[in-house]
Design a protein around this ligand. Sequence first.
Ligand code: FA5
Length: 339
Amino acid sequence: MESGLELLREQALERIRGAAGLEDLEAVRVEVLGRKGVLNSISRDFGKFGPEDRARAGKLLNTAKQAVESALDARKAEFESAALAARLESEWVDLTLPAPGVRPGSPHPVTIIQAEIEDLFTSMGFTVLSGPEVETEYNNFDALNIPPDHPARDMQDTFWLEDGHLLRTHTSPVQVRGMKRLGPPLRMIAPGRVFRNEEVDPSHEHTFYQLEGMMVDREVSVANLIYYMKTLLAGIFRRDVTVRLRPGYFPFVEPGFELDVQCLLCGGGGCPVCKQSGWLELLPCGLVHPNVLRMGGIDPERWMGFAFGLGLTRLAMMRYQIDDIRLLQGGDLRFLGQF
Ligand code: FA5
């Protein structure tokens, strides 16, 4: 019996040493120490022994069980510490490494141009004003000499709000606010977002930016207007651009002009942006209509002025050769990151 027990113990220890992992160890434990395991089945023969031998056999059996148990525990601890070491190795983090860089943003092309024009005009004594995007019908139309039922209202498809206000269709209402706020003489510009309920295509958005300009003084002529428009375009394009001035109708100026820029995307040959015409409407302008001065609280007998309404988004397209206006508001970082 003694030598049989010794053999079983040695075999169990041998298997524990050779176990490949925790699963193997568990199998050995069940097979050797389990209720139906080999060591317990040996004890069934103990009934045949006399009391003295039975006590000795019991002692030997316990010693064998303890030897197997402690060998199992020791091997289990080895596996667990090896697993921990492997995990520490694979999940190791070097806290002294610099953090992954934060990708810096870049200004939007319209913002870049707006800032340049603001710098240019403030250096010439102009004040930068802003007005609300939700406007009154009066400021957007009536005070600009566009009474109700005037056909010019149809030129700008309007988003109306339920309470009778509207999303401003142009930055011209800031002229009205500016005249009242600054009084004559005045020089102001007003960049901002405007909204029109119209079809979107490569050169038309429903939401885009304009930059309004106005100068009111004793003697203001078309020559002054042209001087400032040329200074503006030279400052932005920093190269010769071909422009044309043609009569344009806006109820708030008289005379009114359209200043078009030869399309810089196709060089005037025709493309989807200029609708194959070779020209892009960019800078409508004119001498302020006496009615507008009057409604702004300025005496048209004593003061005169010019005003312009630059298409800021279109100017950005020309400057950066962007062939589709929708890219500017698309929010695609691959596009925006280029500026
Ligand atoms: C006006 O909005 C006048 N308020 C401008 C003005 C001001 C005239 C002061 C005289 C004196 P117009 O609707 O043409 O005018 O728009 C001005 C410019 O905005 C256009 O030349 C064009 O460059 C730009 N623009 C017009 N509609 C759109 C659009 N849907 N998407 C992008 N740009 C546009």
